[in-house]
Design a protein around this ligand. Structure first.
Ligand SMILES: [Zn+2]
Ligand SMILES: [Zn+2]
Length: 348
């Protein structure tokens, strides 16, 4: 007879994930995870090297050697990540006429990650700059203004707050078998995000770039705040959940509150800082919906303020137009030589 622990294994045999070969502490029963466009996006950008390579590409880097020297990344690792990102259609390879060399250029799908990066950057600038000036100042070419982009409703153009959004299942809603080995993903390479240039995006990903951490924050946006509920929803191993929750509390994303005595039970409430992750959250959701959901978004969002369904639109706070990588320039507020890195295309 199946025990309670195995009861959630689906009957359909081909979909059943294999057990990891190596016995690790952080394993749990095979489980099914919610279809989620944010999770799909994070599968790509939560790899620290992949994230850094994409960021360098936004700064205009295109060749193997310039990626390598900007990031100090081992050759084999760079080869591997460029191959994967090309397979994922984030990059396309372009042969250089009269040369053996190839360039890696962002595809439309790759460029479209830019608003998500900027949403993360705004979060990092706001909460993680330690009172210092943000490392980069953005200048929006279209309006000529110094820009502080914000995540807005695609229908009414107003800033999106977590409290003003209702969500419901979309055509792609459902669950799929969790990938083998995902449960063992570690949070430990967070420091790698800060290699190379000082960046508010890196600082933000240092906290939430580990996919489990962001999944826990996602559950909070769904209103799931109690340990047991989050654990059931994510089917996450208790030791991983405990670890991620204590990191998120230490980083100021959640506060912990006792809601029941003997046995003691806690719930986790988003702080103002945690709630401010909603912008990056819906920006990544939009990207995943657009490029990875085959036209069937798992989740539909309604902006209560205007009463319409919407998607996240990252807009310039000055001219209110959606931003794109090609229309943004940067002013550095740090000395790139101090970091041994290439400077971005500067406006001055
Ligand atoms: Zn609206
Ligand atoms: Zn503008």
């Amino acid at each position: 007879m199946p025990s309670a622990a195995t009861a959630r294994v689906p009957k359909a045999r081909p979909a059943k994930p294999l057990k990891p070969v190596t016995a690790k502490k952080e394993t749990a029963a095979p489980r099914r995870e919610r279809n989620c466009s944010v999770a799909r996006t994070l599968d790509i950008v939560s790899d620290a090297w992949a994230f850094l390579i994409i960021r360098e590409a936004f700064f205009g880097t295109q060749t193997f050697e310039t990626f390598r020297s900007a990031l100090g990344i081992p050759r084999a690792t760079l080869t591997d990540r460029l191959r994967k990102l090309t397979q994922l259609a984030i990059f396309r390879q372009v042969a250089i006429a009269g040369s053996q060399r190839k360039e890696y250029r962002l595809t439309r799908m790759g460029f479209d990650l830019y608003p998500s990066f900027i949403a993360l950057m705004q979060f990092g600038d706001g909460w993680l700059a330690d009172g210092k000036k943000p490392p980069l100042t953005l200048v929006h070419v279209n309006c000529g203004c110094e820009s502080h982009p914000l995540v807005a409703c695609s229908h009414c153009g107003e800033r999106i707050n977590a409290r003003d959004v209702k969500f419901r299942d979309g055509p792609g809603a459902g669950r799929h078998p969790a990938k083998v080995g995902r449960n063992t993903r570690r949070a430990s390479d967070g420091n790698r995000f800060t290699l190379g240039r000082p960046s508010s995006v890196s600082r933000a990903l240092q906290i939430i770039g580990d996919k489990w951490s962001f999944m826990v924050v996602r559950e909070a946006f769904f209103g799931n705040r109690r340990y047991d509920r989050i654990q059931t929803e994510l089917a996450i191993a208790p030791n991983i959940l405990t670890d991620r929750l204590s990191r998120l509390v230490a980083n100021g994303i959640f506060v912990r509150r006792l809601y029941q005595r003997s046995p003691d039970r806690y719930e986790y409430l988003l702080t103002d800082m945690g709630r401010d992750l909603y912008g990056p959250f819906v920006a990544m959701l939009r990207w995943g919906d657009r490029w990875l959901s085959a036209g069937k978004p798992p989740l539909l969002l309604e902006h209560v303020t205007c009463g319409h369904d919407f998607h996240a639109s990252v807009i310039c706070d000055q001219c209110k137009q959606p931003i794109s990588a090609a229309e943004m320039r940067y002013k550095l507020t740090y000395d790139p030589k101090a970091f041994g890195a290439l400077g971005p295309r500067s406006v001055s």
